[in-house]
Design a protein around this ligand. Structure first.
Ligand code: CUA
Length: 338
């Protein structure tokens, strides 16, 4: 095979591979497997539009292929009758598309208004975008958390959102469409999950170096578990750790190494000023960290604390030049924040 041909086939196989990635099953970001009423409304609208488009495609392509063969030139075949202008034909191909567009527009507009309406009895949660993580506040409960949004299952949730810096976009594909987070302006998004489950979120707008690592999780819990979660979140972190323990040592690292410049731990340290990073009061209860880019485990925490920018380029979390011993102690302390 010559070189030129090889590259042609290589590109083709790459293209096929790209298409095949769409066939993966149980993909956490699959917007075609809705898990709540809002996402289902969008999904229904998508399939209606899709099947209408499929119908149009086959009718138009069918007519085209039929014409190509039926009217093709053959020896001895006279030239078909030539015409100019046909009122009935022109009216038909104007009216049919109008009807098709109307059939799509009516449910589209209805869905847009349905999705925008504030649901009755919804739980209000504030979503604040930061480079590069999502912060969540529950004004009714006085709770602040990050990266993992915890919601009650089978209950409508109303998100009130804005950005602390640049444009971001909140997207939980299985629960609803995307919505912008704008600096100095509030936007709203409804979420509802059918049952207890975990969903993936992703920032849907390019917002700087680590945009791709600005992710999130939505955890829907049954009513009882949600209440327990809320009650636990309201508690301050335990300040009095066993004397001489590794965790106590870690608390000293937290207090003295510079973490307190940006990270709040309720009952231990409250940040003064406007530099803000995830509230760590119940850090150990979150299964992900660093903008949900990493699973919360010892190995990842060690890497992150040693050099945050290696994992999230551009991150505002500085390299505090911690020693191995300090990192170990800090991780032990973080493990107590339940
Ligand atoms: Cu935030 Cu992309």
């Amino acid at each position: 095979m010559n070189k030129k041909r090889f590259f042609k086939y290589k590109n083709l196989s790459l293209l096929i591979l790209l298409f095949l990635t769409a066939c993966i099953e149980n993909a956490p970001m699959d917007s075609l497997s809705p898990a709540g009423p809002y996402a289902r409304q969008i999904d229904d609208l998508f399939w209606l539009t899709f099947w209408i488009a499929v119908g149009v495609f086959f009718i138009v392509q069918g007519a085209l292929i039929f014409s190509v063969f039926y009217f093709r030139d053959m020896p001895g075949k006279p030239e078909p009758k030539q015409i100019h202008g046909n009122n009935i034909l022109e009216l038909t191909w104007t009216i049919i598309p109008i009807l098709i567009l109307a059939a799509i527009a009516v449910p589209t507009v209805r869905t847009i208004f349905d999705l925008a309406r504030e649901p009755e009895g919804a739980l209000k949660i504030e979503v604040i975008g930061h480079q590069w993580w999502f912060e969540y506040k529950y004004p009714d409960y006085g709770i602040t958390t990050a990266n993992v949004l915890v919601i009650p299952a089978d209950t409508p949730v109303r998100l009130e959102m804005w950005s602390n810096d640049v444009l971001h976009n909140y997207w939980v594909p299985k629960l609803n469409g995307k919505r912008y987070l704008v600096p100095g302006q509030k936007t709203y998004l409804n979420l509802q999950a059918d049952s207890p489950d975990e969903f993936w979120a992703q920032c849907g707008e390019y917002c700087g170096l680590s945009h791709s690592k600005m992710r999130g999780r939505v955890l829907s819990l049954n009513q009882k578990d949600f209440e327990n979660w809320v009650n636990n979140q309201k508690l301050n972190a335990n300040k009095d750790l066993a004397e001489g323990s590794l965790a106590e040592e870690g608390q000293q690292v937290y207090l003295n190494a510079g973490c307190t410049q940006c990270h709040v731990i309720n009952g231990v340290w409250d940040v003064q000023g406007d530099r803000i990073a995830p509230n760590l009061t119940h850090f150990a209860n979150r299964n992900v960290f660093a903008g949900a880019a990493l699973k919360n485990n010892k190995e990842n925490l060690t890497k992150w604390l040693a050099n945050p920018a290696e994992i999230k380029p551009g991150t505002f979390m500085p390299n505090l030049e911690l020693t191995e011993k300090e990192i170990e102690a800090l991780i032990a302390y973080l493990g107590t924040l339940k």
